[in-house]
Design a protein around this ligand. Structure first.
Ligand code: PHE
Length: 472
């Protein structure tokens, strides 16, 4: 018997009409959905991209993209999922039978694999850094990460990523960890885990943020984060910001369709999505506040890019009193964040195999993890064995990263908007988003419909074409 056969609706309130395993509480929905959104995107991508693309101006474009595109797509996906009550492909099949709309879900499954391929590797580095940071804490000044000199921390990082077997093994550890939670099911695995871990993440982030802000000279970092300079903004940077807004909110690829299908019937979709979006922004800002003031206070460069987390941050923490302890906290919080996101990524193919092909949850999880290990190995080895293998001039790691955020998610997002904006009739949309008239949010729905019909798809298309240099 698969865990989906267990009905969670024992509290008398109407939940799913079918006996699917769904999120059992409203808080659980928020925890799981926010757990999906919050991830390495906040702690690794957002700060490094902000650092590379001119600070506050990039943040502004990113926030705008989140409001105009990310949030509407998230609401659309939740609506599709709860209406379809199936995995991403299954939901679209049910809602638009005998059409090609299910392909949007299929691209989503592909995107889930692309993202997981590099994400599991970065998560593996985070896991490894927890161990190294704990070691350093006890070794004092001679610890591997105790140096304030970035060349030393660079050496630690290089040694890690260029070791092929270690890279693969770290990825397998991460996959086993994610697989074990997924196996426990939607409510007993994902919901329970994210409900426990998220509060811890907030507390850790606030603690590290306070430490960073109380350093002398931290004001420079805050100015960097909040005072815009628009000269760094190019079409490619705008595309990167839009791509980040998709990646951040886990939209454009069916994750939120899948999670929406686990929502209760009485869940207020627009309110839930808005809360998740705001909380996710808050986490990114907190991560920025934890990182940039410290970076500036100790005279490091904010432009390090993806290595900011693994090279600059350890050096920064080594420069502050009590730093080795805060470094451990920092990587623990990164691992927590990565876990919730990976659960939602893996759930997309697992739900598909489970529901469309009728595989047991166990078989679906195992197959997904094995396939992810195979696909992911090309990303894991792209700093060692496959370093010179560069299709389209990018390593496999970079290709998975760029291709998913800057191509697949925006394309998926456009089609999801078109589906909800054009394929659904207005009465149908109203029914879904107002919980059958129980919520009085008619004005919101009218405005929302205008946005997903015209504003978001056109904006994403223009940004996509110009960002890829296709508009001439
Ligand atoms: N939102 C996650 C993060 O910021 C990544 C993610 C993307 C998760 C797409 C699921 C789907 O880390």
């Amino acid at each position: 018997m698969s865990s989906r056969d267990i009905s969670p609706a024992s509290d008398g309130e109407s939940a799913a009409p079918q006996a699917r395993d769904i999120f059992t509480t409203r808080l659980g929905v928020i925890a799981a959905t926010l757990g999906s959104a919050v991830g390495l995107g906040n702690i690794w991508k957002f700060p490094s991209m902000t650092g590379q693309n001119g600070g506050a101006a990039f943040v502004l474009v990113y926030v705008l993209a989140t409001l105009l595109v990310g949030l509407p797509v998230m609401i659309s996906e939740h609506a599709i999922g709860r209406r379809g009550r199936a995995d991403a492909i299954g939901s679209l099949r049910k809602l638009a039978p005998n059409t090609s709309w299910w392909l949007v879900g299929a691209i989503g499954v592909l995107a889930a694999f692309s993202i997981m391929a590099f994400y599991t590797e970065v998560a593996g580095w985070v896991f490894a850094y927890i161990a190294t940071a704990i070691g350093s804490m006890f070794q004092g000044a001679s610890g591997a990460l105790a140096s304030t000199d970035p060349t030393t921390t660079t050496a630690v990082f290089t040694k890690l990523v260029t070791n092929p077997w270690l890279s693969l093994m770290l990825q397998w550890v991460v996959l086993a960890w994610v697989g074990a939670i997924i196996l426990a099911g939607v409510s007993k695995g994902i919901e329970r885990m994210t409900k426990r871990l998220l509060p811890l993440l907030f507390v850790l982030l606030v603690v590290v943020g306070i430490r960073s802000l109380t350093l002398p000279g931290s004001g420079e970092g805050l100015r960097f984060l909040f005072r815009p300079d628009f000269s760094a903004i190019t079409p490619a940077v705008v595309l990167a910001a839009v791509g980040l807004s998709f990646f951040k909110l886990s939209v454009g690829m069916g994750t939120m369709i899948t999670y929406g299908s686990y929502f209760r019937e009485d869940q207020n979709i627009p309110a839930t999505a808005t809360r998740v979006m705001l909380a996710d922004l808050l986490v990114s800002m907190l991560a920025g506040i934890a990182i940039f003031p410290a970076v500036f206070a100790f005279g490091f460069e904010p432009t390090a890019g993806p290595s900011l987390l693994f090279i600059t941050i350890p050096a920064v923490f080594a420069s502050m009193p009590g730093g080795s302890f805060f470094l451990v906290l920092f990587f623990v919080l990164a691992a927590i964040a990565a876990t919730g996101a990976m659960l939602s990524l893996a759930e997309v193919p697992v739900a598909y195999l489970n529901e469309q092909l009728g595989w047991s949850r166990k078989k679906a999880t195992l197959a997904t993890m094995v396939l992810l290990a195979l696909v992911g190995s090309t990303a894991a080895l792209s700093n060692s064995v496959l370093a010179d293998f560069k299709p389209f001039g990018k390593t496999m790691f970079d290709l998975f990263d760029f291709g998913s955020s800057n191509v697949m998610l925006p394309i998926g997002g456009i089609f999801i908007c078109l589906f909800v904006g054009w394929r659904w009739s207005y009465p149908e949309l109203k029914k879904v988003l107002s919980n059958d008239g129980a919520l009085r949010n008619e004005r919101f729905i009218a405005a929302f419909r205008g946005v997903v019909k015209f504003v978001s798809p056109v904006a994403v298309l223009v940004v996509l074409l110009s960002g890829l240099g296709l508009l001439g």
